[in-house]
Design a protein around this ligand. Structure first.
Ligand code: ZN
Length: 652
């Protein structure tokens, strides 16, 4: 591990400097992952009245060291924090409340639960990480002896206790009479490392140096080279969807998956002893909230393995729960699929990806410690205390508003514009992971990110459709909601002038492509969570118009396809419906000239033409998206045809 500190990049202003070295720590995934770790700096500021006040700016909850800004460091009155450290006992709930009460700005985020620990260290800068190499050493046999041999008098050593007030008390005891001319850091066994210094560079570089020494110790023992690798390969989409579907049902909520078929993940999953070593415990208790204690190990069918995991979770809860404890859902948050790789699970694509990162680091550290003689992480009781910590339980009880489609996985065709785009955007707003297909390349840029995947796809090609669905499943773990939407409206032609080529082309896109999508999606929908299909049909189905034979026949057949699919798929719990939009002018089927021409034909204004319906309402793509969302939410509705047309006197 090398120092990334560059004097020329280091700002002079105190909080900017604190952000700078915090970000350097955050840039090393083997030091901290996704919100882990915390840092602080002490100094004097002025309160509202202009009086000087000594504070500790400590990382606020919800901030990540990799991207932290000055606003992520709430100022807490130092005197209050130090007085709290002198108390004999303090509940975590009281601690959090008193820490908030000691904020200079009551609107600031909650200070880290390690704020008291930061405050009692006499140094100006304090850095705390969960370095893989240090924890791997302390999670091996004679962990204390190993780190003592490494750091000697340069460190203090604190046995594992719960983070928060109890840990602050333990550290307070450990630093009593410390010789600060020698001590550069504190090793928290099975938890992580604290370093400090009177300037930012010293504190940061002490972390880097101590972690570097731990890495060299692992290397010298031959442990660093221990993780096994295998030829990378992607996981089978159907097996992945089955795993994710089972886990979601056991969780009682839809989960997104992040599969890892990298050389390292497959190497770990291929070890003959993986079932034994993967299930002893996590790298650090800090991870338990995201990963649970252990992964599920799957060798063959995912269903029975996940059921057995859930039964174990229930027994574990029964072994340790006290009167006030609320059980967490019993589904695993990561899986070792024997021979194939790792699969992480989360209620959003972001959480799943973060858990996948933690799982990869855990697998690596387990193999390091195995090479040192055996992976021996914390015991079950300590893990339970962390997982069912009062503060986490309170969060759980408070709940909060869950997006309507949280954890669900959707695929929308024709999503670069119009109804498809509005639907994909609404689904994303409602928490779904969304794969968006379009033949236009801009779809890739428009739908890129944690929960979005834009793919260029010609939906009239069965091969391209099959490949797109497989990519969606490999990325998110399954498919629950399908919105076949891509379509076009050909030029108006009376039947006697209608040529076969135009007729066939219109049917290929407005009918054949929808069949190809549905056919490829069905095996995955059967494994999905609250699965539903909504076809975008047309008002032309119940009320066709002259000059639109090709379009109207294609949409009518599409509607019939929907009805047959509703019959066939009901036994699998897949609901299938259609919307019938009309005159949705903010789509690519319409241009300003086309609208003006039609309005002129009828001898009415453009606005009048747009509102030519019973409700005199302009129908938008967003209205169609809302109707589609409503249909996928309707648990006991299938085979439905829902008009989205402002009311048509030809239909009602
Ligand atoms: Zn920590």
């Amino acid at each position: 591990m090398e120092s990334r500190y560059r004097s020329e990049d280091a700002p002079s202003e105190l909080l900017a400097l604190r952000c700078y070295t915090s970000r350097l720590l955050g840039a090393e995934p083997s030091l901290v992952l996704h919100g882990g770790g915390n840092t602080s700096v002490k100094g004097t500021t002025r309160d509202f009245f202009g009086d000087p006040v000594e504070v500790c700016w400590v990382k606020g909850s919800g901030w990540d060291l990799a991207s932290i800004e000055p606003a992520g460091f709430p100022a807490v009155r130092l005197r209050t924090l130090r007085r709290m450290a002198e108390l004999e006992a303090l509940s975590d709930v009281d601690m959090v409340r008193e820490q908030r009460a000691a904020l200079l700005d009551p609107g600031a985020p909650d200070p880290s639960i390690e704020a008291i620990l930061h405050a009692i260290l006499p140094h100006r800068f304090v850095d705390h990480t969960h370095a893989d190499a240090v924890i791997a050493l302390t999670n091996a046999p004679d962990g204390l002896g190993r780190v003592q041999a490494l750091y000697g008098e340069r460190a203090l050593y604190v046995p594992y206790v719960m983070p928060g007030f109890v840990l602050a008390r333990a550290v307070r005891q450990a630093i009593e009479g410390a010789d600060w001319s020698k001590v550069e850091g504190i090793v928290l066994l099975q938890h992580g490392l604290f370093t400090f210094g009177d300037d930012a560079q010293t504190s940061y570089e002490r972390t880097i140096r101590m972690v570097g020494e731990a890495e060299r110790a692992l290397e010298a023992a031959g442990a660093l080279a221990a993780p096994v690798t295998a030829e990378p390969a992607e996981l089978d989409p159907l097996a992945l969807a089955a795993l994710r579907g089972h886990a979601s049902r056991v969780a009682g909520t839809a989960l997104v998956a992040a599969a890892d078929g990298s050389a390292e993940a497959r190497g770990f999953a291929s070890r003959h002893d993986v079932a034994a070593i993967a299930t002893r415990g996590p790298l650090t208790p800090d991870h338990v909230i995201r990963t649970k204690r252990v992964p599920v190990v799957i060798d063959g069918d995912a269903g029975p393995a996940i059921e057995a995991f859930a039964a174990n979770e229930a027994a574990y809860f029964a072994r340790h729960a006290g009167p006030g404890h609320t059980p967490l859902d019993p589904a695993p948050r990561w899986a070792v699929v024997k021979g194939a790789g790792l699969v992480a699970l989360g209620t959003s694509a972001k959480l799943a990806r973060q858990t996948a990162d933690i799982a990869r680091h855990t697998a690596r550290a387990i193999q390091w410690a195995e090479a040192l003689g055996g992976w021996s992480p914390l015991g079950e009781r300590d893990l339970f205390d962390m997982e069912y910590w009062e503060l986490e339980q309170r969060k759980l009880r408070k709940g909060g508003v869950r997006p309507l489609l949280a954890g669900q996985i959707a695929l929308v065709s024709g999503g670069a514009s119009g109804i498809g785009r509005a639907t994909a955007e609404l689904f994303l707003e409602e928490g779904a992971a969304v794969c968006v297909l379009d033949k236009k390349p801009e779809v890739v840029e428009r739908f890129r990110g944690e929960g979005a995947l834009g793919l260029v796809c010609d939906v009239t090609s069965a091969d391209e459709v099959d490949a797109a669905i497989a990519r969606c499943v490999r990325r998110f773990g399954g498919l629950d909601l399908l919105v076949p939407n891509a379509g076009d409206f050909p030029p108006s032609k009376k039947i006697e002038a209608l040529d076969d080529a135009l007729f066939e082309r219109t049917h290929a896109l407005n009918l054949g492509a929808h069949l190809k999508l549905l056919r490829a999606a069905v095996p995955f929908l059967k494994l999905g969570v609250a699965p539903a299909v909504v076809f975008v049909a047309s008002r032309n189905v119940p009320a066709p118009g002259p000059g639109a034979a090709a379009y109207s026949t294609a949409k009518a057949a599409l509607n019939q396809l929907m009805r047959v699919a509703a019959l066939e798929l009901a036994e699998h719990g897949v609901r299938v419906s259609a919307i019938h939009p009309d005159k949705v002018f903010d789509t690519e089927l319409w241009s300003a000239e086309k609208i003006a021409l039609r309005a002129a034909n009828y001898g009415i204004s453009v606005d009048g033409y747009k509102r030519q319906n019973l409700l005199r309402a302009e129908v938008t793509s967003r209205d169609c998206a809302e109707a589609i969302l409503a249909l996928v939410r309707m648990r006991v509705t299938t085979g439905a045809q829902l008009p989205v047309d402002g009311g048509s006197d030809r239909v009602v």
